[in-house]
Structure formats: structure tokens, C-alpha cells
Design a protein around this ligand. Structure first.
Ligand SMILES: [Zn+2]
Ligand SMILES: [Zn+2]
Length: 191
């Protein structure tokens, strides 16, 4: 089969519910740089009501992640769902995000990245930095990366927001190498 060289693979962002444009405008260039892919945002979709847990007043991350498969455009290399609603995965009481490992879809929640969630004054730059870290982390999983023991590495597991604030928005040397190896394998012409 001939490969269409003009058909560029894309990294798509999908707002699930309303997402403020400045968040997407911040993520698009930084994710595009990190994963060496053109990045664009899709039209927002509704929040899947079947994912809602009435007693928890949270949304089941697995249900939304599964739904993302149906939203992935055919030329989409990766799809990152972004939502403001609070997510959980049993048995955890909440998650910042989730991804297929490896896979093509990932999901992040902005809910607990806002200072306001903790009754603090808004801090936009901090919120955007946290958002980038969580987006890079979940997309890293889709490229086969697992959790890293290095607390500064973006692939370090965030058990709390403190962990997110300690880690950087970049891969450690080892994870960066693994990412590049996996990217090369994925883009090799035999595939
Ligand atoms: Zn993770
Ligand atoms: Zn690492």
C-alpha cells in the first residue's frame, strides 16, 4: 500500500464540555513541540451522561476514555480529551487523567488543577503549567511510557497535586529516550 506523504498525522484536542479557549491556545504549541506533531483542537462534545456517578458526583474516567475512541478522526495520531468535570476510577477517589497504555486516546480533567478548587485565589500561570504536565503525562502513556521513579520527570505518578507541582513538564533523559525509540518504531516505513 502506498503511503500518502501529504497526509500528516495529527494530535487532536477534544474539549468535553466547555473549555476556555486560552487553555487550548496554551496546550496546542507546547504539545506540538513535545511530541513533534501538528496539533489542533476539535469542536467540543457534550459530557457523556452515562459516565456520571450520582452518589460520588463525579464522572467515570474509563467510560469517557472508551467513548473517545469514537471521536478520534481517521487521520488522528492521538486524541486528548479535556474536561472540567471531576474524574474517578475505582478504587481511586479521583484521577487527574487516564490513558490507554499504549493506545491512541488520553483524557485529562482540569477540575483539581485550579487553585480555586482548594479555596485559593486563581493563579493562571500555575494552572496552565499543571495542565501541560498532566497532558504530557497522559499522552506519554499512549506512547508506551510507564510511571517513572524520578520525581522531577513528567511521567512520575501524581498521587496528589503536590506531586504534580514537584514534577516538571518534561521527560527525564531515560523517558525521553524511550519516547524517541517508540516514536521511531511507530513511524518506521514498514508499518
Ligand atoms: Zn500515569
Ligand atoms: Zn522519567
Amino acid at each position: 500500500m502506498l503511503r500518502d506523504k501529504n497526509k500528516k498525522k495529527m494530535l487532536y484536542l477534544l474539549p468535553i464540555g466547555e473549555i476556555e479557549p486560552y487553555v487550548l491556545e496554551h496546550l496546542i504549541p507546547s504539545l506540538s513541540r513535545t511530541f513533534s506533531l501538528p496539533c489542533a483542537s476539535l469542536k467540543a462534545v457534550g459530557i457523556p451522561s452515562e459516565a456520571y456517578h450520582v452518589r460520588r458526583r463525579q464522572y467515570n474516567s474509563e467510560v469517557i476514555l472508551h467513548r473517545l475512541q469514537t471521536y478520534r478522526p481517521p487521520q488522528g495520531e492521538r486524541l486528548l480529551g479535556i474536561t472540567e468535570v471531576d474524574l474517578y476510577v475505582s478504587p481511586l477517589n479521583f484521577v487527574f487523567g487516564q490513558a490507554d497504555l499504549p493506545g491512541r486516546v488520553a483524557l485529562i480533567s482540569l477540575c483539581r488543577l485550579h487553585q480555586e478548587f482548594y479555596g485559593l485565589a486563581s493563579a493562571k500561570a500555575l494552572f496552565l503549567l499543571r495542565t501541560t504536565k498532566e497532558a504530557v503525562h497522559e499522552l506519554g502513556h499512549t506512547y508506551g511510557l510507564r510511571h517513572c521513579y524520578n520525581t522531577k520527570c513528567v511521567m512520575h505518578f501524581s498521587n496528589s497535586l503536590r506531586d504534580t507541582d514537584i514534577k516538571s513538564d518534561r521527560f527525564c533523559k531515560r523517558c525521553q529516550q524511550e519516547l524517541e525509540d517508540n516514536l521511531q518504531m511507530l513511524r518506521s516505513p514498514e508499518r
